[in-house]
Design a protein around this ligand. Sequence first.
Ligand code: ZN
Length: 153
Amino acid sequence: MSELRELYQDVILDHHKKPRNFRKLDGASHIEGHNPLCGDKITVYVQLDGDKIKDLSFQGSGCAISTASASMMTESLKGKSRDAAETIFQEFHKLLTSSDGEAADGEHLGKLQVFQGVREFPLRVKCATLAWHTLRAALAGEQKTVTTETDDN
Ligand code: ZN
């Protein structure tokens, strides 16, 4: 249980219990994401206004990490341009995958930094990045379900 205690910081627990933007968006593009290693399944809904993410939401079920990450992603990226969202995605990905001790320079991450501890648990990294990979696929216009087992994360 020490792994869980370390990972489940207050902000993560809060988003797990009360996920933000947890709803269906009628008429929005949506795509499913699965992480079979953990059993996380989500659907991400995204509505673009030109180059801007006008609205963003998700539904689904998963562990605390995947739910909190999806919840915080919707809060962080709503209203952002696609380019800004990509920048944040790259910083978030680096935060989770850079080697231990390397400084995380995620200047755009804000409270997403709480996920830094996840990188010590490689299986959990897939939970934390699931929503992000799913959103990225949706923005790229893909239609098929995203699974963590066919990309390199
Ligand atoms: Zn998970």
